[in-house]
Design a protein around this ligand. Sequence first.
Ligand code: FA5
Length: 350
Amino acid sequence: MDLNELKTRAQKEIRKAKNLKELDKIFKKYLGKKGEISRIFSSLKGLSEKEKKKLGKEANLVKREVEEMIKEKLKELQGKLRKQKIEKEKIDVTRPGKKLGVGHLHPLTLVQREVLEIFQSLGFSVVLGPEVETEWYNFDALNIPKDHPARDFWDTFWLLRNQKIPNHKSQIPNKFKIQNSKFQKLLLRTHTSPVQIRYMEKHSPPLRIVVPGKCFRHEATDASHEIQFYQLECLMVDENVSVANFKAIIEEFLKRFFKTKIEIRLRPSYFPFTEPSFEIDIRGEKKGNWTELLGAGMVHPNVFKAAGINPKNWQGFAFGVGLDRLAMLRYKINDIRLFYSGDLRFLKQF
Ligand code: FA5
């Protein structure tokens, strides 16, 4: 056995090894249990003591040298692997980051904020009321008696299957309960007018408030009607308030909101909670169709009475304007249902 030839051969193969798998094969070929070097040691048995000693020594030397070479190569290959891994995982901190989508306000929110700002600058306070309302506040206190045909103006979503819910068993939060009443029928408010009563019960005139909020009606939807929409209620009560005050406020508001001259049309109308009552329609510069924008009138004496205010001493006007309708005119949108569609192609335009 030529140990030198074996060593040179091993050395060549080790040098050529491209990866750990190849190196492992070489290790097994020379140093494994049945490897070439191990076989030299087993072949020593048949030799004389002297030869055994000499060849044993030489074989040990070669074994150690081959082991050393493999160790070196292993280090080299592992280093290479580590480098490749680092290269792969390298992060270039100087590259521009991914852009995150930034959200924005819904067009109805934008319009609501703008409208509130205008009314606040005219001296009105912003007041909120519950969306789950009682029959008393939504109808009775507003002079809409039970079984009166006027109740049909407001197609109503009744809650809890029309059952009368005793106050003490109701799951409705305390602040939404009728005080001093044994029973209440609950509904989703059909307009923001009930907040007039809630506010006047707790505050004495003079009053100037606006109430933005969601309203609900059990009716068929079309391009200008939704089952859920927004209104803004306005109420002004003082000793000498007249229709002239109402006209001045609404004209000032429309002028500031639309920033151009808007045509308005005042139509006589009927609401049980105002007398006289009227509706206001508007149309833009291009003289298109008239859009019904709001219902209004002078507060009915029975409404003052229901809220504990003496109608002999106070007068007021009130109106309820559709915020969706304002937004449609502002942004030239011809279908109210787009606001609630969640369609990003629509919403991204604002
Ligand atoms: C009322 O709701 C009265 N509470 C308004 C009022 C308040 C009158 C104070 C007098 C004094 P009406 O049902 O007409 O009235 O609704 C008022 C406005 O809400 C409408 O002019 C319209 O702009 C808007 N509106 C009503 N129903 C819908 C609907 N289904 N979808 C979108 N907007 C609506």
